[in-house]
Ligand binder design. Structure first.
Ligand code: C2O
Ligand code: CU
Ligand code: CU
Length: 541
């Protein structure tokens, strides 16, 4: 059974984390010397272009193949292709629909969408709509595989010797059989009711044990939900609304995306080489799939819808004008849509999977000037993200109202009917196993029940971390109540679905289980941590 085998192999890759837990995390090779980041950086082996030369691509908006009975139907073929990401270099990718990022889906609140995904990749895939309020059977549970042509129905096409000596050297067999998995062959229809607040969502791969390398190879796209109330606000729109998917990558000498997989075919053996167990960082910053791009703008307000789609890299974003002064970042929304009122920042930390909805005003910038979006946590070239070149003066009918939304949940601490505690830490994978990333001392097991919650209940969760762990809940949004026993930070405002815990930090979050019953997940969105155990089941009953 593939699941049993892969879990043993996860045990086998855990040695370095064992050393980390024993010898102190700070001393481990798996952690960057940069205190602001958890992970290790790969170095590209090809020449990298100068910044701000590649134009910013805007992902194409997918057209429905059919509109029937109030539902929009889409089709996406998952397939291999190559693209010119770096000038003059062909890079093989795994894509949704032939592009990275995949096509953007634009939806109206409450108008259901079905997406038929067809898997023409060499391995099974699973699609998850991150931030979606989605019935469990379309939420992309990691064992609900869509298997490709030629993939044996019962599991991975491996032989005993594919497993490698390391896997055999370990452990009692660990059975990861998931009796509740609902795999499909070749295609799957995902249904998204989208009965939720307007927000920037994203879809990405969620296959058991292999999510991180699959996203790295290109399996990520945007899904925007809109409604009339948001459109009536008069925010910058049309060409002055820009989705920005930020993701770091590294390139091997042959032009392919470099990634330290133990099994580069991603067929049988999960995990990454030892120095990268804490997370894989690239040395190239891509925005919408282009390296350090530049975008020509009017001297006007722009709405920037920012997603950190990186596996492990955190950014601290600032917009810097030609005179070195930073432009205010006016935050109007968070992971799950608009804030009650705008919050102005000088810089904004963004962890993997978090989103910010920002307004930046270029009105006072000189024509011809460059406003750089920089990463204050970066070193060397990862300090740069992208730039805006102010091309012309222009009229600007947009506004940023003082009240943005009045529909934010009003749950308070005293509404919680239950308090739960979860520790996100490195630790032992099993009795005599190696080490991985654990929640409450346990690695992910699809067959185990971890948390059962009642539909309609408000719960308070207390989370604590050893290193950086961006913690994500499927199905519902939450409010951040506190950090380290103190009030939340300004960027914690609004309704979130991912909260960035910093090393040694605790946070309290408050949510109401709402929407659908069934089997969901919560996990760390450092994608390497997620693949190496840091995920748990959440059953809504
Ligand atoms: Cu982007 Cu399970 O999440
Ligand atoms: Cu999610
Ligand atoms: Cu983590």
């Amino acid at each position: 059974m593939s699941e049993g085998m892969t879990r043993r192999q996860v045990l086998a890759v855990g040695g370095a984390l064992g050393a980390m837990a024993a010898g102190g995390l700070g001393a481990a090779a798996g952690l960057s010397r940069h205190p602001a980041t958890t992970g290790a950086e790969l170095r590209s082996a090809v020449p990298l272009p100068p910044p701000y030369t590649t134009p910013l691509p805007l992902p194409t908006v997918l057209a429905p193949v059919a509109v029937s009975g109030g539902t929009d139907h889409y089709e996406i073929v998952q397939r291999e292709t190559t693209a010119e990401i770096l000038p003059g270099i062909r890079t093989p990718l795994w894509t949704y629909g032939g592009t990275f990022p995949g096509p953007t889906i634009e939806s109206r609140r409450g108008r259901p969408v079905t997406v038929t995904h067809r898997n023409e990749l060499p391995v099974p895939t699973v699609v998850h709509l991150h931030g979606g309020r989605t019935p469990a059977d379309s939420d992309g549970y990691p064992t609900d595989l869509v298997t490709p042509k030629g993939w044996p129905a019962a599991g991975a096409p491996h032989t005993a010797h594919d497993r490698g000596a390391a896997a055999d050297a370990h452990d009692a067999p660990h059975t990861m059989h998931d009796p509740r998995a609902v795999p499909t062959r070749l295609t799957r229809d995902y249904t998204f009711p989208l009965d939720q607040r307007p927000a920037l969502l994203w879809y990405h791969d969620h296959r058991m044990d292999f999510t991180a390398p699959a996203i790295w190879r290109g399996l990520a796209g945007l899904h925007i939900v809109r409604d009339a109330a948001e459109e009536a606000l008069g925010l910058p729109a049309g060409p002055r609304e820009l989705p920005l998917m930020i993701a770091d990558r590294a390139f091997a000498a042959d032009g392919s995306l470099d990634y330290p997989s133990l099994d580069p075919t991603l067929r049988t053996r999960p995990g990454v080489r030892e120095p990268y167990l804490a997370g894989v960082l690239g040395d190239v910053v891509l925005v919408n799939g282009a390296p350090w791009p530049v975008h020509e703008v009017d001297a006007a307000r722009y709405r920037l819808r920012v997603l950190n789609a990186s596996n492990a890299r955190h950014y601290d974003l600032a917009a810097v004008g030609g005179d070195g002064r930073s432009l205010p970042l006016v935050q109007i929304g968070s992971d799950q849509g608009l804030l009650a009122a705008p919050v102005t920042h000088r810089s904004l930390p963004i962890a993997p999977a978090e989103r910010y909805d920002l307004v930046v005003d270029f009105t006072r910038e000189p024509v011809g000037g460059l406003v750089r979006l920089v990463n204050r946590l970066g070193t060397g070239r990862t300090r740069d993200v992208m730039a805006f070149r102010v091309a012309r003066r222009a009229a600007d009918p947009s506004r940023v109202p003082g009240t943005l939304a009045t529909d934010l949940p009003s749950w308070r601490r005293q509404d919680a009917v239950r308090v739960r505690d979860f520790a996100f830490r490195a630790g032992r994978m099993g009795e005599d196993g190696g080490h991985g990333w654990l929640i409450g001392g346990r690695p992910f097991d699809p067959a185990r029940s971890d948390v059962r919650v009642r539909l309609g209940d408000v719960e308070l969760w207390r989370l604590v971390a050893d290193v950086h762990h961006p913690v994500h809940l499927h199905l519902t949004g939450f409010r951040v109540l506190s950090r380290g026993g103190r009030p939340p930070l300004p960027h914690d405002a609004g309704l979130k679905d991912t909260v960035s815990l910093r090393p040694g930090e605790s946070a309290e979050i408050l949510t109401r289980w709402d929407g659908y019953r069934g089997r969901y997940l919560f996990h760390c969105h450092n994608a390497e941590h997620e693949d190496m155990g840091m995920m748990a089941n959440l059953e809504v009953v």
